[in-house]
Design a protein around this ligand. Structure first.
Ligand SMILES: CC(C)(COP(=O)(O)OP(=O)(O)OC[C@H]1O[C@@H](n2cnc3c(N)ncnc32)[C@H](O)[C@@H]1OP(=O)(O)O)[C@@H](O)C(=O)NCCC(=O)NCCS
Length: 221
């Protein structure tokens, strides 16, 4: 991995970027001089697009997914999320535009593939999907993954969404444990996801759905 771990000596020339143009909304600061920003539009995302793609490629090339994405595909995913209504797209950024982590959420109804699997099990129109979470390997273990889940949960509109869902590897790894600790429940619903792997083959891997009722929503109490 080419990313640097958190260090107190890192500088964050946010002012320089601000001087160049519009800054996306700052949601929080995180250890290691990171900014967590919310990007709402393609214009907001423009400075981060290439770096997002690199992070996406690196993160999902690792275990357990071993996926190979082209940079253009990763950028296409980002563009697609940014066009979805009510999307919550958070990037953890080092310096001006280096993306070290991301957390993206969208309504389940905007994802036909997910909605098809879950119809009848959850109120699809009132369910929000935590679509992507990734932290560059050298930045892991400092609470950033959990933070990006927490922040999205805080930002979901509870007047409209009562349930949060996500899909994680069925091998029940560290990410599964993190979500269990955060109050998610194992739905016992699986999905085979086809993808190009780093060895060039196209194979499926097994994912598992987790869900959580949102506190403060009309159903969550
Ligand atoms: C899953 C992922 C996002 C976690 O990011 P992170 O920044 O390391 O997560 P955190 O530091 O917030 O750790 C959150 C929890 O994960 C678990 N965890 C993290 N690293 C772990 C490890 N090496 N071993 C065991 N559990 C671990 C712990 O439960 C931890 O909670 P704790 O801090 O209370 O012990 C990161 O490993 C990743 O990007 N993985 C590859 C992509 C992926 O799996 N995405 C999730 C798909 S749903």
């Amino acid at each position: 991995m080419s990313e640097d771990p958190p260090s107190e000596n890192d500088e964050t020339p946010v002012g320089a970027a601000a001087a160049m143009g519009q800054e996306p909304e700052l949601i929080a600061h995180a250890d290691g001089g990171l900014r967590i920003v919310r990007v709402r539009s393609a214009e907001d995302a423009a400075p981060f697009r290439a770096s997002f793609a690199g992070a996406y490629q690196d993160i999902f090339a690792g275990a357990p997914y071993n996926e190979r994405f082209y940079a253009s595909e990763a950028m296409g995913f980002l563009d697609g999320f940014l066009r979805m209504p009510d999307h919550i797209t958070l990037l953890a950024v080092k310096g001006r535009s280096r993306v070290v982590a991301f957390g993206i959420g969208v309504p389940v109804s905007a994802r036909a593939d997910i909605a098809r699997e879950l119809r009848g099990l959850v109120p699809v129109r009132h369910a929000f999907y935590l679509a992507e979470l990734g932290v560059q390997e050298s930045w892991r273990g400092h609470g950033l993954g959990r933070r990006l889940v927490d922040l999205r949960l805080q930002l979901v509109d509870r007047q409209r969404y009562s349930h949060v869902l996500l899909r994680t590897s069925a091998i029940r790894n560290a990410s599964y444990q993190m979500y269990m600790d955060m109050g998610f429940e194992d739905m016992g619903v699986y999905m085979e996801v086809p993808a190009r792997r780093i060895d060039g083959s196209v194979r499926t891997d097994r994912r598992l759905f987790l869900s959580r009722v949102l506190q403060g929503s009309s159903e969550g109490g």
